[in-house]
Design a protein around this ligand. Structure first.
Ligand code: ZN
Length: 400
């Protein structure tokens, strides 16, 4: 970022403090990136058009072009997410087809809306693309399960533009233990194949993402990866004890190795919620029903939304507060320092709290950081500088 924007941000911060307003004018000038946009999950659903304004209250969508502009979000990592399935040949084949399809819908978005979105693969791309007025589209993998047992499959996704790979999701897979597998650990952290995958990611110049991984897998990845680890959407266990959140000793280890935690906004990871215990199983059942229906989620989007709305009526959701998200950011900043914290709110993947339910609300984060007298330089690092540093370090390791 140019010096100009730092000055602008400082001036805006002062104006904000004087006015007591909650919309900082300096936010617009920032290069603001989110490390975990699950929006590719909804891109090809009937009735969803990213160039049009949607509303989280109407169809639950949290990211689209009009609201990205309103919220000053320049882009980020668009996720190729695959749900965990059986560790069998048939399971891998099905998952690979799914991941390739998610990759394709990202490409289609960029091709169809070339005036508004541009593909990004290097750390330098982000500022250049944002300066041209377009949105930045990096790609990442959440859950490497579709790669099967052939590490070379990672090369296919690298060639497709993927620059971040998350090993595991909600249950153990062939690469690592998950933080939330009900059956406990399978590998004692990383599997031998998981270690190979990290080595290949280092060789290719990809960032390794250990969100969702078991603490032991994270500790081992920090030890063995040649470039710093990212937690693309995670939280702080000190504030809320949940397996998805990371204890202080690991956050310190992560910071010491140069890594970064990107704070997420999934309410259930931020605090205890006051929702019926029946809600979550029925919610998951709803997803399963439509994913397995003929035409899948893609063709049954409207019916799914109607059912989801009915479920919300039956078992009203409870959300954490905006201040909870900020508390996780502030705590991580205090513990780890300004070079190790960023933003990955898990939009369209479960994120969202009261007062921060879609990307149009993002300037509030900048306002809250300014109100807490966080420096303009640190705010820039939080909004993408730290994450891009990791990508730059991964690039420098490429081929070594
Ligand atoms: Zn996730």
């Amino acid at each position: 970022m140019a010096k100009k924007s730092l000055t602008l941000l400082a001036v805006a911060g002062m104006a904000l403090m004087l006015a007591g307003c909650d919309r900082p004018t300096g936010h617009e000038e920032l290069l603001a990136l989110d490390s975990h946009l699950d929006t590719p999950l909804v891109l090809d659903r009937a009735g969803f058009d990213i160039s049009r304004r949607h509303g989280w209250q109407a169809d639950y969508a949290q990211v689209d072009l009009p609201r990205m502009k309103e919220g000053g979000l320049d882009g980020g990592f668009w996720v190729i997410y695959t749900a965990q399935g059986p560790l069998t040949k048939a399971g891998y084949t099905k998952a690979l087809a799914h991941a390739r399809q998610r990759n394709l819908v990202i490409d289609e978005m960029v091709e169809t809306l070339g005036d508004d979105f541009a593909p990004a693969t290097t750390a330098d791309d982000a500022a250049r693309i944002a300066a041209s007025g377009k949105r930045v589209v990096y790609k990442s993998i959440e859950n490497a399960y579709p790669l099967g047992t052939d590490i070379d499959m990672l090369d296919e996704f690298y060639a497709a533009g993927v620059r971040m790979v998350g090993l595991v999701h909600s249950s153990n897979n062939q690469f690592a233990d998950s933080s939330t597998d009900k059956g406990g650990q399978k590998w004692g952290g990383l599997s031998p194949l998981g270690r190979q995958l990290i080595r290949r990611a280092n060789e290719l110049g990809m960032i390794v993402d250990m969100s969702h991984a078991h603490d032991e897998a994270l500790a081992q990845a920090i030890e063995m990866s040649k470039t710093p680890i990212i937690l693309s959407h995670s939280g702080v266990a000190h504030l809320y004890k949940h397996p998805r959140n990371v204890p202080d000793y690991l956050l310190k280890k992560l910071a010491k190795s140069g890594g970064v935690i990107q704070i997420n906004s999934l309410s259930g990871y931020l605090r205890d919620l006051d929702a019926s215990p029946n809600r979550l199983p029925e919610f998951i059942g709803l997803y399963r029903k439509y994913q397995n229906a003929p035409g899948g989620m893609r063709e049954n989007h409207e019916a799914f939304i109607a059912d989801r709305r009915a479920l919300d009526k039956k078992y009203p959701p409870d959300y954490a507060e905006f201040s909870d998200v900020m508390n996780h950011i502030f705590y991580a900043l205090d513990l780890m320092g300004p070079d190790h914290v960023g933003i990955g709110l898990d939009w369209d993947g479960g994120g969202g709290v009261n007062g921060l339910q879609d990307v149009s609300d993002l300037p509030k984060i900048t306002a809250a950081l300014q109100k807490a007298s966080i420096s303009a330089q640190t705010i820039e690092k939080i909004w993408g500088g730290n994450m891009l540093r990791l990508l730059r370090q991964a690039e420098a390791m490429k081929g070594r």
